[in-house]
Design a protein around this ligand. Structure first.
Ligand code: ATP
Ligand code: MG
Length: 569
């Protein structure tokens, strides 16, 4: 296995335990900026479900507010009616709450500010700082220039404010077609910063908006809407990802039109979360959903928050992972194994231990009476002193894992093999005596004899035997469905590959097992969302597809952690 990138392992914090964003906030508060206020915001566009990258962002936004006694707003950046929907709004709220954060009464929409933004645009037009351009988007792009050569002024750049204002009003009245006109800021077509080359402020969109209906025909662009929305809300620290670094001068430029010494929002950027074996682009995730390449936004293979939740990942594990990777100024690719390590660590503390046989073969204890049953006591969670024990029936016929038996084993195979003893967990030591095979040589049944003096709790149980197997009693076993998952993509960094990302999907990312045998105690209490450790196998979570007659489990993660050691080094 590769070594994790250095960025994954360092604490990324200073001596005071603060990351660089928190350090900036602390200094601003100490300097008394903005009257000593801290107000952050999380600004999702409701055009898709949140993924774990968004979680990194809002853990920062809400977390910093919590840490310094400030507040954090939830603001839906709903400036593009063509792609947005209330389904996404509700899902986003649910996911933020699930991670334990609350915006209280601070729920806002960029569309709340359409009147104020429009009024500011009118003011800038009157002051000669904005103009209506009638060129096509291709013409505008062609005049943009390159980072090393200046752009060309639009032939419409020097219209009079009166004419611009009239055209802008008529754009909003619906007189012109989409794409026929835009409102541009008149800044500097030769600026070193490409974003300053007369950026577009407004475009015409005729699709009705899910909140404001047909009231508006012009919609503000991100750069014109975002900083002003921050200002209108009283946001002091507008924390976002590194791709917005080149936008920051423009953010400041527009905000200056409103702000003064006493209060001015400030943009700070950190590195995105990128995870191996998956994609984070909402556009690509939407494509996977729409084309049925996954089973919806909450498919347990998806990096979406609802997908991770369904898979069985916990809020604590996601927060732990985000804390480990930290916040820096450098882009990195984070290893999914590190997230899985956090998941295992949390589930190890909380998941109830149960017996389940995922690939069953029958074991018959030939000297155990046919009509006899006993009740064995199982530890429900050795990591949790309050978890106690539960009872599990034992009988002559048991299910064990097919992989736990080998007829001709290599050295160091300490599971079941003819002529050797092995312990059945919390029950007896048994001695394997043989097998029955079908015509093709497949093993149908395994036979063993019980040492009755070795029953768990008796002195004879203390005998040293290498290997302990889990088991489920046949007559009382409950059959359940288990969905096993592998990586969604077959390559480590699908976004870095040429060609169509869909060709890189792992064709074997979902495997369904329908004959998994579990102990009856588990079947009685399993509720959707509950986490269990199938002993010796892994962590499993009850799926919402569970019905009255069939429990469905998602395999959350296996027990083996080849990553943990590297982290502890
Ligand atoms: P879009 O391409 O539609 O803008 P987006 O993923 O940036 O997609 P937004 O709804 O704009 O979606 O994101 C809300 C916030 O989440 C932004 O502040 C953005 O910086 C942050 N964010 C998005 N992706 C990540 C990521 N992978 N890691 C950290 N933060 C992210
Ligand atoms: Mg975005």
């Amino acid at each position: 296995m590769e070594t994790p990138a250095a960025e994954n392992l360092g604490p990324q914090v200073n001596e005071g335990g603060l990351n660089f964003v928190e350090q900036i906030i602390k200094e601003d508060l100490e300097a008394g900026k903005n009257g000593g206020r801290l107000n952050t915001r999380f600004p999702p566009e409701p055009n898709g479900y949140l993924h774990i990258g968004h979680a990194k962002a809002f853990i920062m936004d809400f977390g910093a507010a919590e840490k310094f006694g400030g507040t954090c707003n939830l603001r839906f950046d709903d400036t593009n009616p063509q792609k947005e929907d209330t389904e996404y709004v509700e899902a986003i709220k649910r996911d933020i709450h699930w991670l334990g954060y609350d915006w209280e009464d601070r729920l806002y929409y960029a569309s709340d500010y359409f009147p104020k933004l429009y009024a500011l645009a009118e003011r800038l037009i009157k002051e000669g700082k904005a103009y209506v351009d009638e060129q096509t988007s291709e013409q505008i792009a062609a005049q943009k220039g390159t980072p090393t050569t200046p752009g060309t002024n639009s032939p419409y750049r020097d219209r009079s404010p009166e004419e611009n204002l009239d055209l802008f009003h008529r754009m909003n009245a619906g007189e012109f077609e989409e794409g026929s006109m835009v409102l541009r800021a008149k800044i500097d077509m030769a600026s070193d910063n490409m974003h300053f080359r007369d950026p577009i402020m407004y475009r015409i969109i005729k699709t009705p908006h899910w909140r404001t209906g047909t009231e508006w025909k012009v919609y503000p662009m991100y750069d014109f809407a975002h900083g002003q929305s921050d200002y209108f809300e009283g946001v002091t620290h507008s924390i976002c990802t590194l791709e917005f670094v080149p936008h920051r001068p423009l953010y400041d430029y527009f905000v200056k039109e409103l702000a003064d010494e006493s209060y001015c929002p400030r943009q700070i950027e950190f590195n995105r979360l990128n995870l191996t074996y998956t994609v984070m682009s909402k556009r690509k995730l939407l494509q996977l959903v729409n084309e049925g390449l996954v089973n919806g936004w909450d498919d347990p293979r998806m990096p979406t928050i609802c997908g991770l939740r369904r898979r069985g990942y916990t809020p604590a594990s996601i927060k732990d992972f985000v804390g480990r990777i930290g916040y820096t100024k450098y882009e990195a690719l984070n290893h999914i194994e590190l997230l899985e390590h956090s998941v295992r660590e949390d589930l190890n503390k909380h998941a109830t231990r149960v017996s389940a046989v995922v690939n069953p073969v029958k074991l018959v204890l030939t000297n155990y009476p046919e009509d006899k049953t006993e009740t064995m006591l199982m530890d429900s969670n050795p990591e949790d002193p309050t978890a106690g024990t539960h009872e599990m029936p034992f009988s002559r016929e048991l299910w064990i894992e097919r992989e736990d038996f080998m007829e001709n084993p290599p050295k160091k195979f300490f599971r079941m093999t003819p002529g050797k003893e092995v312990r059945l967990k919390s029950a007896y030591i048994v001695n394997c005596t043989g097998v029955k095979k079908d015509a093709d040589g497949n093993i149908e049944e395994i036979y063993a004899e019980v040492d009755f003096d070795s029953r768990s709790g008796l002195p004879g149980a203390d005998r040293k035997v290498k290997g302990t197997l889990h088991w489920v009693s046949v007559p009382t076993a409950v059959e359940v469905e288990v969905r096993d998952y592998d990586r969604l993509f077959a390559v480590e960094n699908p976004s870095a590959e040429e060609g169509d990302f869909r060709d890189l999907l792992n064709p074997d990312s979902l495997k369904v097992r329908t004959n998994v045998k579990v102990e009856p105690w588990l079947a009685e209490q399993a509720k959707v969302g509950d986490h269990f450790q199938f002993q010796r196998i892994g962590y499993y979570t009850v799926d919402p597809d569970t019905t009255a007659d069939r429990i469905v489990f998602n395999r959350t993660i296996g027990l083996k952690d080849s990553w943990g050691k590297q982290i502890k080094k």
